[in-house]
Write a protein that binds this ligand. Sequence first.
Ligand SMILES: Nc1ncnc2c1ncn2[C@@H]1O[C@H](COP(=O)(O)OS(=O)(=O)O)[C@@H](OP(=O)(O)O)[C@H]1O
Ligand SMILES: [Mg+2]
Ligand SMILES: [Mg+2]
Ligand SMILES: [Mg+2]
Length: 395
Amino acid sequence: MLKQALHQSHYLHQQDWSAITSRARIGIASRKVWSWRPVVSMATSYHEDVVLATRAVRLASRLCQSVQRGLLKQETQTKADKSPVTVADYGSQALVSWSLAREYPSGSFSMVAEEDSEDLRTEEGAPVLERITQLVNETIASDATLDVAPLSKEDVLEAIDRGNSEGGSNGRHWVLDPIDGTRGFVRGDQYAIALGLLDNGKVVAGVLGCPNLPMESIANGVPASSNEPVGCLFSASLGAGATVESLDGSVKPKPVHVSSVEDTTAATFCESYESAHSMQDLTANIAGVLGVKAPPVRIDSQAKYGAMARGDAVIYLRFPHKGYREKIWDHAAGAIVITEAGGEVFDAAGEPLDFSRGRWLDLETGIIATNKKLKPVVLSAVQKCLKEQKPSAKH
Ligand SMILES: Nc1ncnc2c1ncn2[C@@H]1O[C@H](COP(=O)(O)OS(=O)(=O)O)[C@@H](OP(=O)(O)O)[C@H]1O
Ligand SMILES: [Mg+2]
Ligand SMILES: [Mg+2]
Ligand SMILES: [Mg+2]
């Protein structure tokens, strides 16, 4: 029952983040403090933060991959019990949080993350917490570079709740979506572990782990087979560009750039796989106005931003149904990967996304990404179609 409830909470229920007041503190001693800087300056390098983020995302990716494999096997053997998804969301958040926080002096670490431990602290949550703790410890033990004592259940709960920061325009805050694209994860499709870093309200670094995204282009759909590995890790930091490498480390980082296509009739666009997440009739209209001929590339999660950053698609269109509020963890890492790859991410007013307002993004209808050359023409098509749009039936 709890598993079902926890599972449903991922789909149906937005947490009231303002109600979260606990300030969990980590008891793990800091080993080394990397680049602890209070303000953004042009000279600031976030390379060391990217190194930490990459390590954390790789660790969490391993847990997610293992749970997804089990989930798929289980689905073919029994009826779909989707509880492992919840286990993976929590486990991923615990691992990223634990991995990052041990590098900071106690009390100085701040993270805005999607999940919290409320349900796990109930009596019904006990077996789920047990399983998460087991998965977290198995993942840590499988990493030869980590020689640490196993985490207790309380350590895991604290690690999860370290994501309770409100973020904002002051100081440094990590921003985490432990599994972005939960529905894709359940289906066995695309998902991402998305980790960004805010410094005084600006996204300054981001890492996207995309375990099911092939290193080969998906411009023509996900290739059925490929000589290149499956599993990408995109990273970016302010002024340093964006790179892709394989998640398993077999392909070293190489720079990525957004597509340089300037003719919209030759452009492709990507959008959410789930029609509930974006008005696909509106995006079809926009594509029509632009003369885009190719069908949309529909994939789950911020894997879209990664794919776009390396030119697999030229335009990303996202128009949630009326009333939906975007959260910062759904875009922070992806946005910097795109901007550092030479693209732009903006709302329907043409403004860049503002990550300094707390856990939510306040924006003018929709999120659009494309290259700098195409921005004006795409924006004008978006504004034209929004003006002509009939009121949305879905709320
Ligand atoms: N109604 C609605 N409208 C818009 N967006 C929504 C909506 N509901 C959820 N979400 C958020 O979408 C996140 C998944 O990203 P995508 O929409 O890019 O993926 S998908 O292709 O639709 O699967 C997804 O992230 P995760 O919860 O981390 O999976 C949600 O934050
Ligand atoms: Mg979710
Ligand atoms: Mg998400
Ligand atoms: Mg998520």
